[in-house]
Design a protein around this ligand. Structure first.
Ligand code: MG
Ligand code: ZN
Length: 220
């Protein structure tokens, strides 16, 4: 093994150790944690806004990951969601250390879910342990129906795909049939939902799934 590879392995082991600690802390408080991934502008923050209408803002705590700014944090705080901003500056994904440190900044009393909005990126958040119970990928129709073919790993590592901007599908020529076929080819266990900010009720099914998963979760 090269020394470079050894260092990489050590970093990854340390990361996973911290992620396990985060899980333990959240489990103790019966907080179900979801890593929300997706490209910049795919609708991750909009998804959280939509979910809050069904789950109640008071049930959610959010960690916002962005290179710079607190734009999304202000958006969520404005509708009463307790949110903590992480600015990664040059970092292209959240790691377990950043998330673990953020936990001390959040008040989990009466919370049911921790939503971790990862940095907008379809590449490196895939497969990283940050203390999540579930990986949810937001994939918008406007990004194009070729995304599963081009970025298969992140689709493979997710349990839930939320197709967003559903109302724009026709206008941008989103080939739903090809997209769904590619998804099945990558991961036939995926749970797939479609949402649109134009239809607040479209978020209800995702909220229901979250409640079901939390209710059925084994708190270790
Ligand atoms: Mg956002
Ligand atoms: Zn990265």
């Amino acid at each position: 093994m090269t020394s470079e590879l050894k260092v990489e392995k050590k970093v990854s082991a340390l990361n996973d150790e911290l992620a396990a600690k985060t899980s333990e802390l959240l489990n103790k408080q019966q907080i179900y944690s979801i890593n929300i991934m997706g490209a910049p502008g795919s609708g991750k923050t909009t998804l959280i806004e939509g979910l809050a209408k069904h789950l109640g803002a008071e049930a959610l705590a959010v960690i916002q990951g962005d290179l710079e700014s607190d734009i999304d944090t202000r958006r969520l705080e404005a509708i009463g969601i307790h949110t903590y901003q992480i600015n990664t500056h040059s970092g292209c994904h959240l790691n377990a250390k950043l998330v673990h440190e953020a936990l001390t900044q959040l008040n989990f009393s009466r919370k049911k879910f921790l939503l971790i909005e990862n940095v907008g990126n379809l590449v490196c958040p895939a497969g990283k342990k940050i203390g999540q119970d579930l990986n949810m990928l937001v994939s918008s129709t406007t990004e194009g129906s070729d995304k599963p073919k081009k970025y298969p790993i992140i689709f493979h590592e997710s349990q839930v795909v939320v197709i967003s901007k559903s109302d724009l599908a026709e206008a941008v020529g989103f080939d739903r049939q090809a997209y769904l076929k590619d998804l099945k080819g990558i991961n036939n266990q995926l749970m797939i939902y479609e949402v649109s900010s134009k239809s607040p009720s479209s978020f209800a099914a995702v909220a229901e799934l979250m409640t079901k998963l939390r209710d059925g979760h084994h708190w270790s």
